[in-house]
Design a protein around this ligand. Structure first.
Ligand code: BES
Ligand code: MN
Ligand code: MN
Length: 460
């Protein structure tokens, strides 16, 4: 049996593959918003039905949050030591601001550019429904063409990745034996550019903190009380301003503990990549790198830790105007971690930093929305070698080993809880607008992504 027949089937069935992806994209599985609980369940059920149809033993597994999908391909007669675990997430980010979408986020469509290239536009097209379907469709082609997958496969689809994966650790603990495999495959990352595949070999960690400053016990008239009463918006603004110095360095004591300088050889490799800072920022309408002074943009997004304020709430933010001194103000803050930075220690250092700036008659409270450490993928794992060879065969160019600024909390848990190495291969592009209006996935990513996984499966 040659891989060519499987690849030819993928080419031939592209339209049907797209239809199946579109059915998934039509379901508004927004995990963070309780109003979309039912669509999340529906998306999980759709995937279970697809996988059962392919010969997997698949089921929806309830959790305290959104359900998981677990599916096993029995693989009779296959080498059980070769089992791989594939992971993706069927949940998506909220769509707001809705008015900035050119069409309904949950009515997927294909847009053809002047040069003939096509893209799939919908919430979740790239993050992560289009990506996870590249694997499902590759499996489908193998089974249709040869009657079986070449290696035993377990699939885990999560429905809470975009909301901090609260159910993940308990689920992995409870089902470690069932999920453990020789290696994990994750399709939730990007390529270097549209012609150059990549394997991500580092992920930043993530700590999220929400804090609320309370001053007066009720909202006040800012004429009657202004000047005398403490304004929590001002307290909040000062804390946020204090987070960075003028050179973009984070001022929280101990923040850089565990952060190593990028080794010279790695930096040399990055300097050798053809990366244009102007283009990277230009694609989002910016010109000036705003992070730590004296570091390249690649270093800033791959190798340096950050603090970002993701949201600030305080006082009157509706239409028109209201002269008010609010009782409360709050902010949502996230940290990206690198190296050996300790999520727990950082959380405590941040809380101490904030508390030290709270005036005597104000109070502060904190909410934690999840924490995961940074991660490095060992460069010598066998699964990485397979990934490299398969990607090179499909794309006709060697894949680049790249860093990744984003976070995928489960990858650390695969190592610590299940002892598995992970191969991070994805086909997203920097301009896919993930988490933003008009999210898209390139048709070439979808098509060659399926072909890439088909090759990888055949080489394991
Ligand atoms: N797929 C992304 C991570 C990602 C981002 C990979 C950019 C490659 C390029 C993932 O779905 C994501 O958005 N993760 C969140 C985690 C959070 C919501 C807990 C992130 O990184 O902010
Ligand atoms: Mn994702
Ligand atoms: Mn995401």
């Amino acid at each position: 049996m040659s891989i060519d027949a499987v690849l030819a089937r993928i080419d031939r069935d592209l339209d049907q593959s797209l239809e199946r992806l579109f059915a998934l994209l039509r379901i508004p599985s927004i995990s963070t918003d309780p109003a979309y609980r039912e669509p999340c369940r529906e998306a999980a059920q759709l995937l279970v039905d697809e996988l059962n149809g392919l010969g997997f033993q698949a089921s929806v597994r309830p959790t305290d949050g959104q359900p998981m999908v677990v599916a096993h391909y029995p693989g009779e007669g296959l080498d059980p030591d070769k089992r791989v675990l594939f992971y993706g997430h069927y949940d998506v980010q909220p769509v707001d601001p809705l008015e900035l979408w050119d069409s309904d986020p949950f009515e997927p469509r294909i847009v053809t550019r002047e040069d003939g290239s096509k893209m799939i536009v919908a919430r979740g097209a790239a993050d992560d429904k289009g990506q996870l379907m590249t694997f499902v469709e590759a499996a489908r082609a193998w089974i249709a063409e040869t009657g079986s997958l070449p290696v035993p496969v377990t699939i885990l689809f999560e429905g809470e990745e975009e909301s901090g994966s609260p159910s993940l650790a308990p689920f992995l603990n409870a089902h470690a034996d069932e999920l453990k495999a020789g290696a994990a495959l994750v399709c939730d990352t990007g390529m270097w550019d549209k012609d150059t595949p990549a394997i991500s070999v580092s992920l930043r960690g993530l700590v999220t903190q929400e804090f609320t400053v309370t001053a007066a016990d009720k909202d006040l008239h800012s004429g009657l009380f202004g000047g005398a009463a403490r304004n929590p918006n001002h307290v909040l603004a000062r804390i946020i301003a204090d987070l960075h110095d003028a050179d973009g360095r984070v001022q929280i004591p101990g923040f850089y503990e565990g952060v190593a300088e990028t080794p010279a050889d790695v930096r040399a490799q990055w300097d050798g990549l053809e990366f244009s800072e102007e283009e990277f920022l230009g694609q989002v309408g910016l010109k000036l790198p705003a992070g730590e002074r004296g570091r390249s943009v690649l270093e800033q997004i791959w190798a340096r830790p950050t603090v970002e304020v993701n949201g600030m709430i305080g006082g009157y933010t509706g239409a028109g105007f209201k002269t008010v001194i609010p009782s409360q103000a709050s902010a949502k803050v996230s940290f990206r971690l690198v190296g050996e930075q300790d999520p727990q220690a950082l959380m405590e250092a941040f809380q101490a930093f904030v508390r030290a700036r709270i005036p005597e008659d104000c109070t502060v409270s904190f909410t934690n929305h999840g924490a995961s450490p940074a991660l490095r993928i060992p460069l010598d794992s066998p699964i990485l070698k397979t990934g490299r060879e398969a990607l090179e065969a499909e794309w006709d160019t060697e894949p680049l080993m790249i860093g990744m600024g984003g976070s995928i909390p489960i990858v650390g848990a695969f190592k610590t809880k299940l002892g598995m190495d992970t191969l991070l291969v994805g086909f997203g592009l920097d301009d896919d607008r993930i988490h933003s209006p008009n999210e898209k996935y390139e048709m070439s990513s979808f098509h060659k992504g399926m072909r890439s996984w088909a090759r990888m499966l055949g080489m394991m």
